[in-house]
Design a binder for this molecule. Structure first.
Ligand code: TYD
Ligand code: MG
Length: 461
């Protein structure tokens, strides 16, 4: 096939453009187009590799006659990791683990693969980023000096595939997919074409041999490395590391899982001896103020199956001619919308003010149930008045000023009551029936509109 030199490929989504542009025409990401085509492998049928995850069947059968196979699962013994995986690694499953450099991907996988090796599974750790000596140093640091995990320092795809075929491990870690390259392709290692083809080959190997393969991918906005987003559709499970590298806590979120729930969260603390699961993470995203401070409101978020208490902080301060709206861990467009609703429906004006909001602890909240807490934190900062001690709020707020229920509101309230919170402002539809023992100690104010919520809060001053 003729090669087209003037094609630009997006490192995020793999979309192409005939000319260079600042913004990718497919996914709208900025500065992600790099020169180079996503050429097909020489002399190969592209469908063979791209659709590697499809079973190699040619017979058409009614669903009822197809044997439904149960997945064979291998728990890693690291509970928080097993939780996001949906119960453990699946035989023949392909997992992509993404995250910023230095967040702990290699650390967690080495811990997991060592645990599996100890449980009697045959494993393989392919390292392309670090030498065998560096991996050995990490294993000493993790307190695993006697680890029997076989390590292969290799970046060439064909050699990796050969080792997989000959050793037939139960699980193989590829750290990282961006360093792997194939001789069959002419494009540079780390380019979209290389990363995609290599991942497709590895996926096909996983499906045909039953080897579980874990691909490590860096999430980089800049630089020439292809982002792992181009691989998301190929793999069975996509996990991303979240969290602030400055705090000790790390979150792993499942954003796609063919074998479990999405949006499930695993919580870890980075210690001197690697990542340790935090089994009761509910209160770690609260900054520990001795007394309540203005601009802070705790919410209960429920992403995945477990409620988490997270503190939302807001700072409203007089701004210049074009005031700034910044948010960390929360959606900025939504913040602009909430400010408009506050003004229109609750008479709280922040037009000439800078507004900053932050979800404490580096957690990212994408659910609209944070709306009410964001608005109460903003109002509290503007008034310079703290919300009462032990106060929580959650609920989605609509453009008409209505407070809409959050999914599984009662589970959220139960968690707050369990942790000793005293006052809750919640959507009316989420309020429990009177005299329910599970909510003892918690005074619940059900509200239907944002004005009502403001009134309740003023009444608590
Ligand atoms: P690493 O797993 O190498 O990150 P990634 O593979 O995602 O790039 O982790 C790197 C960071 O973790 C590094 O800054 C050191 C820290 N760390 C600890 O704090 N404790 C430990 O036991 C280990 C192994 C690493
Ligand atoms: Mg690493």
């Amino acid at each position: 096939m003729a090669k087209d030199k003037s094609i630009f490929t997006c490192t995020e989504c793999g979309g192409t453009s005939a000319r260079w542009m600042g913004k990718c025409p497919s996914c709208n990401a900025w500065n992600t187009l790099i020169e180079g085509s996503s050429e097909p492998a020489a002399g190969k049928n592209r469908f063979g590799s791209v659709h590697a995850s499809l079973a190699p069947t040619s017979e058409v059968l009614p669903l009822a006659q197809i044997q439904a196979a149960d997945f064979e699962r291998h728990p890693t013994g690291i509970d928080e990791l097993d939780r996001v995986l949906g119960g453990g690694m699946v035989e023949g499953g392909v997992v992509l683990i993404g995250g910023d450099p230095g967040i702990g991907k290699s650390t967690l996988l080495l811990q997991a693969v060592d645990a599996l090796q100890r449980s009697g599974m045959n494993t393989l750790y392919v390292t392309g980023e670090e030498s065998g000596a560096q991996v050995a140093m990490r294993s000493r640091r993790l307190g695993l000096p006697d680890s029997q995990v076989p390590v292969l320092p290799e970046i060439q795809l064909e050699k990796i595939l050969h080792t997989l075929q000959t050793r037939q491990p139960g699980i193989a870690i590829i750290d990282s997919i961006q360093t792997v390259y194939s001789d069959q392709l002419t494009s540079a290692p780390g380019s979209v074409a290389q990363v995609r083809e290599c991942a497709a080959h590895l996926t096909r190997t996983a499906k045909s041999t039953g080897i579980t393969i874990v691909l490590v991918g860096h999430v980089t906005k800049e630089g020439a490395l292809a982002g792992p987003r181009v691989l998301e559709h190929m793999v069975d499970t996509v996990l991303y590391f979240e969290g602030d590298t400055h705090s000790n806590f790390r979150l792993i979120r499942a954003i796609k899982n063919r074998f479990g729930a999405v949006n499930e969260i695993g919580v870890f603390a980075m210690t001197e001896k690697g990542l340790k699961g935090v089994s009761n993470p509910s209160a770690i995203f609260l900054s520990q103020h001795a007394e309540p401070v203005p601009g802070s409101c705790v919410m209960v978020t429920l992403e995945g199956t477990r409620p988490l208490l997270v503190e939302i902080q807001a700072l409203v301060d007089s701004g210049g001619p074009s005031p700034r709206r910044l948010s960390v861990g929360l959606d900025r467009d939504r913040l602009a919308m909430l400010l408009a609703v506050l003004h229109r429906h609750a008479g709280v004006a922040c037009m000439d003010q800078d507004v900053f909001v932050n979800a404490v602890g580096g957690v990212r909240i994408s659910e609209p149930a944070a709306d009410l807490a964001v608005m109460l934190a903003i109002t509290s900062s503007l008034r310079g008045k703290a919300l009462p001690k032990g106060f929580i709020a959650f609920g989605e707020v609509g453009l008409a000023g209505e407070v809409r229920p959050a999914p599984r509101g009662q589970d959220r309230l139960k968690e707050a009551a369990k942790l000793g919170f005293k006052v809750a402002v919640v959507p009316k539809a989420n309020a429990p029936k009177k005299n329910d023992k599970a909510f003892e100690g918690l005074t619940i104010y059900p509200v239907e509109r944002i004005e009502e919520a403001m009134q309740v809060v003023r009444g608590l001053d």
